[in-house]
Write a protein that binds this ligand. Sequence first.
Ligand SMILES: [Zn+2]
Length: 151
Amino acid sequence: MSSKEYQILKIVKTLDEADVILKEHNVSKYRTSDLSSSTKYSYRCSNYRKYPLCKIEIQVYVDNNYLTEIKLMYKNVHCHEQRNTTTRAPSPVRELVSNFVQCNLTEVQIKNLLFVNDPTASMSTNQLSNLINYARRKNNPEIFSVYDFNQ
Ligand SMILES: [Zn+2]
């Protein structure tokens, strides 16, 4: 089975028109490539963090010589069939929290560090607290119970 090819989504004349279409499809730019005769902008799911398996891709080609010829191509559609895992934190955050807990950082320190690492991470404070508690319990049951008494 060959992988899906890009298909023409639409051809427009201005970047504003292209922007409207891109917003409608809920995608965000993640790469810009300079090709020999055009510039290619690559877009993927705006909720890519939440749905890392979402494979929608849109590419916008702006011809270097004909700037009013803007071609939008697409591949795949949104795939957000991950309901069972949405309550779980994305794995990179899990890993970070686990590492920070092993360094014996406090909850506040961990939260600050995570924010520095990834200011756009959309995780609620409660979710994060649960994750930190879980990592503590898993890494060191004794330390966890001491924390319990100190709170
Ligand atoms: Zn999506």
